[in-house]
Write a protein that binds this ligand. Structure first.
Ligand code: HAM
Length: 426
């Protein structure tokens, strides 16, 4: 097939049935974010490439090899955003919203990374992210984590994810550890895998994340990050653990968790599932107290997370916890030339039952054909309007699942539909 008629590799079409799952995840997450008083910040998909180089870090995989970069007609180098945090800081800073004030915002939408596509990993994927500015304490870290826990509970996947947390300490502690790790690994360089050899120069802490068994064996004797962490960060981390215990959120301390973006300090965390194979991280985040300053602002404590919608929707599907609406709930059939009356009836049904999806038959045909379509649409109910019903002021209400039908007044039909539809009050 002509290549131009296929989706670009790693760019996915989310088809209508799957979209229902997505919308359910996105609306659940954003409803909870609003409950926690986070406000939406809508950000552009394009930013100057340099924002990510400075924000996420030159030596990270994301910036080094995964960005979609283009030159616009002015010769500026722009990048499709690979993540949301840098753009969020840029926007709040640019609009003076970080000066002497606190902020709690969320964003959603597509991110782009040129990674090797596989199940759960795409080149265009979607995140819901939250960011908080102006609070230095562990209570904010805990609130972000609790909010995630509430997401998973609302989606029925809380039994399929685990929370891993770690502390990277202050920027200075991180640098001291980095130096110690390089000093330890440099004599062993030849025994490291190829990726780790490269990272030894560029981003040594990412070696801790290596999936290679031989590299992990060498790391067993390496200096431990926690030994370098300053006492203040240790206290912050202990308070966070204390809060999580009080709030009943189970966690595991993973001393090797470092995350793939350079801006983190202190707390980092990931939510991981075993049900999606190797792409099991459904959400990741942490504190990034140095980023605002690094991007030209005043030193501002900050923390946040990004949750991957593609993976969350996939996980819900895998564990069967999705409780999805149908594409069509009610199918309206009509006789002869009553299409105008049928469309009016459909409008009244939509006004009375605003959460239900009402489809009016289109394209003519006898009742038999229309009812076949009604059945094929997945709707549970057909509302049938014929000449007789129109004259009597009634409709024929047919339960498409058991085939029973009855002539009732329109008001009665609406009452029965309301009573029979579980998501009507949603
Ligand atoms: P991240 O860990 O790079 O963090 O991405 C967050 C989440 O996005 C991941 O846990 C994963 O669920 C999803 N994700 C990442 N890459 C892909 C992909 N190629 N395909 C599908 N899903 C993917 C960040 O982006 C940070 N900005 C999070 C953050 C916000 N930290 C502080 N504030």
């Amino acid at each position: 097939m002509n290549k131009a008629l296929q989706a670009v590799r790693g760019m996915r079409d989310v088809l209508p049935e799957e979209s229902l799952g997505w919308q359910a995840v996105e609306s659940t997450l954003t409803a909870i974010l609003k409950q926690f008083s986070y406000a939406e910040l809508q950000l552009p998909l394009l930013e100057f490439t340099d924002l990510f180089a400075r924000g996420v870090g030159e030596a990270t995989d994301i910036v080094e090899k995964e960005m979609y970069v283009l030159n616009d007609r002015d010769g500026d180098s722009l990048a499709l955003r690979p993540e949301g945090t840098a753009g969020c800081v840029r926007a709040l800073q640019e609009h003076g919203l970080l000066y002497n004030q606190t902020q709690k915002v969320f964003y959603r939408g597509p991110m782009f990374r040129y990674e090797k596509p596989q199940r759960g990993r795409y080149r265009q994927f979607s995140q819901v992210g939250a960011e908080v500015f102006g609070f230095a304490g562990p209570d904010v870290d805990a609130e972000l984590i609790v909010m995630c826990q509430r997401f998973w509970e609302a989606l029925g996947i809380e039994g399929h994810v685990r929370l891993e947390i770690n502390t990277l300490g202050s920027g200075g502690a991180r640098q001291a550890y980095r130096d110690a790790l390089v000093a330890y690994l440099t004599p062993l360089r030849d025994q490291l895998d190829e990726d780790s050899q490269r990272r030894l120069q560029t981003n040594p802490m990412r070696i801790l994340d290596s999936k290679e068994a031989a590299t992990q064996a060498l790391l067993a004797e390496a200096p431990a990050l926690i030994e370098f962490v300053d006492p203040e960060s240790v206290a912050h981390f202990e308070q966070l653990q204390n809060l999580l215990q009080q709030l009943g959120v189970p966690f595991l301390v993973n001393p090797k968790l470092v995350r793939g973006l350079d801006y983190y300090t202190h707390t980092v965390f990931e939510w991981i599932t075993e049900s999606l194979g190797s792409q099991g991280t459904i959400c990741g985040g942490g504190r990034y107290d140095g980023l605002v300053e690094r991007l030209g602002g005043r030193a501002t404590p900050a923390a946040g997370f990004g949750a991957g919608l593609d993976r969350i929707a996939l996980l819900q599907e895998v564990v069967g916890s999705a409780n999805l609406p149908k594409l069509v709930d009610i199918y309206i059939c009509y006789g002869g030339d009553l299409s105008g009356a049928a469309m009016q009836l459909a409008d009244r049904v939509r006004s009375a039952l605003p959460t239900l999806r009402v489809r009016t038959h289109m394209g003519g045909g006898n009742f038999k054909k229309q009812l076949k379509r009604a059945d094929g649409s997945g709707a549970d109910w057909a509302v049938i309007l014929g000449e007789q019903e129109l004259a009597d002021g009634t409709v024929m209400l047919k339960n498409l699942r058991n085939g029973e039908q009855e002539a009732v007044s329109e008001a009665q039909a609406l009452q029965r539909l309301a009573a029979a539809s579980p998501h009507i009050s949603a």
